[in-house]
Design a protein around this ligand. Structure first.
Ligand code: NAD
Length: 334
C-alpha cells in the first residue's frame, strides 16, 4: 500500500507505516501541481495544514482509501468530495487538546502580565516601568470561550481550577448532557453577552461557513476596552481587518493570535507593527510531544483502514455505509 505525504511527518510515524509494509511516498513539496500526479497511485494520504485537498486533487485519485489529518481541523480537506469517492476521512480531534490549551494559557498570561513590554523595558534600562502597574491579575476575572468542545472545555477547566476565574461559554451545539455535566462551573450564554462581559475571550470553533467572520466589527465593538482576544482556532473566524482596526485604536487591550487570515503572514500585515499583540506561527499544536502524537495517530488511522478496522474520529461517518466499508471491524490491537 502506498501512503503519500505531501509534507514531512515525524520519523516515529514513518516507522509505524513501514512496520506494516506500507510504501511511504514523500512529495518534494505540497503544491497541488506536484501532489496531483502522485495521488494516482496512493491508497493513503496523510495531510498537515500546508495543502488543500480539493475536489480537483481528488478527481483521479481512484486508488485512495483514506485521508488522515494529523491535526483536528478539516477546513483544508473537501470532505464532501472525499465522501463521494468513498474515501474515509479521519481527523485527530483531542490529540492536541492539551497542547493548544497550554498555548492559550501562555498567551493569556503573557498579555495580562505584559511580559514582552516588561522584558523590553528591563533590556532598555527602564526598570522604573514597574511603578506604572501595567500588569493585571486574572484571578476573579471572566474567561469567555467561543466554542466549548475539547479545547474550550479544557481551558475553562484550568482557568476555573487553577486561576479561580469565572467561565462563560457560547456554543449553540452543546448537548444537554454536557450542559448538565458542567453547569456548576460554566455559564452558557449568548455570543453578545459573552463578548460584552468577558475579560479574556478565546475562540475554539471550527472554521465553517457559519463561523467565518463570526467575530466581525460589530461583535468586536461589544468587547470591553480592557479585554483581550485569543484566537488559536482558524484565522477566518475573525475578520482580521476589523480586529486590526480595534487594536490600532485601543478599542480592546490586546490579542494573542496563532492563526491568521493568510498564512504565512504577509510582510506588510499591520499586525506586525502592533505592540499590543502576541503572534505565533500556527504553532499551538506543534510542540515536540504533540507532533509525534498527531503524526503517529494519523499513521495508525491509515493502518487501521488498510487492516480492515474502523479508525477513531472518522469525520465522514456516512461513508462507512457504502459496500466497500461494510466489512470494517472496530477493535484496534493494543
Ligand atoms: P471540538 O470539535 O472538540 O470543539 C469545537 C466546538 O465548537 C464544538 O463544541 C462545537 O459545538 C462548537 N461550534 C461549532 N460551530 C459553532 C458555532 N457556530 N458557534 C459556537 N460554537 C460552535 O474541536 P476542538 O478540538 O476543541 O478544536 C477547535 C478548533 O481549534 C478546531 O476546529 C481547529 O480549527 C482549531 N485547532 C487549532 C490548532 C492550532 O494549532 N492552532 C490545533 C487544534 C485545533
Amino acid at each position: 500500500m502506498n501512503v503519500l505525504l505531501p509534507q514531512p511527518i515525524e520519523a516515529e510515524a514513518i516507522v509505524l507505516l513501514e512496520k506494516e509494509n506500507c510504501t511511504v511516498i514523500r512529495a518534494p513539496d505540497p503544491k497541488p501541481e506536484t501532489v496531483l500526479p502522485l495521488m494516482l497511485d496512493a491508497q493513503g494520504l496523510i495531510v498537515r495544514t500546508g495543502i488543500t485537498v480539493s475536489r480537483d486533487l481528488l478527481a483521479d485519485a481512484n486508488e485512495l482509501l483514506v485521508i488522515a489529518r494529523t491535526g483536528g481541523g478539516l477546513d483544508n480537506v473537501d470532505v464532501d468530495a472525499a465522501t463521494e469517492k468513498g474515501v474515509i476521512v479521519t481527523s485527530n480531534l483531542g490529540v492536541n487538546t492539551i497542547s493548544v490549551a497550554e498555548q492559550v494559557l501562555a498567551m493569556m498570561l503573557a498579555l495580562t502580565k505584559r511580559l514582552d513590554l516588561m522584558d523590553a523595558a528591563v533590556r532598555r534600562g527602564n526598570f522604573a516601568i514597574r511603578y506604572q502597574n501595567l500588569p493585571r491579575d486574572l484571578n476573579g476575572k471572566t474567561i469567555g470561550l467561543v466554542g466549548f468542545g475539547r479545547i474550550g472545555c479544557e481551558i475553562g477547566r484550568i482557568c476555573r481550577q487553577i486561576l479561580d476565574m469565572r467561565v462563560m461559554a457560547y456554543d449553540p451545539y452543546l448537548s444537554e448532557a454536557k450542559k448538565a455535566e458542567c453547569r456548576t462551573w460554566v455559564t452558557i450564554v449568548g455570543l453578545e453577552d459573552l463578548l460584552s462581559k468577558a475579560d479574556v475571550i478565546s475562540i475554539h470553533v471550527p472554521l465553517t461557513d457559519e463561523t467565518r467572520h463570526l467575530l466581525d466589527a460589530p461583535e468586536i465593538s461589544l468587547m470591553k476596552p480592557e479585554a483581550i482576544l485569543i484566537n488559536t482556532s482558524r484565522g477566518g473566524v475573525v475578520n482580521e481587518t476589523a480586529l486590526i482596526h480595534a487594536l490600532q485604536n485601543n478599542q480592546i487591550a490586546g490579542a494573542g493570535l496563532d492563526v491568521f487570515s493568510q498564512e504565512p503572514v504577509a510582510a506588510d500585515n499591520p499586525l506586525l507593527k502592533l505592540d499590543n499583540v502576541i503572534l505565533t506561527p500556527h504553532t499551538a499544536a506543534l510542540t515536540r510531544e504533540c507532533v509525534i502524537r498527531m503524526a503517529t495517530e494519523a499513521a495508525r488511522c491509515v493502518i487501521d483502514v488498510f487492516a480492515g478496522r474502523e479508525p477513531p474520529n472518522v469525520a465522514n461517518r456516512q461513508v462507512l455505509a457504502v459496500e466497500r466499508w461494510k466489512h470494517l471491524h472496530r477493535t484496534r490491537p493494543a
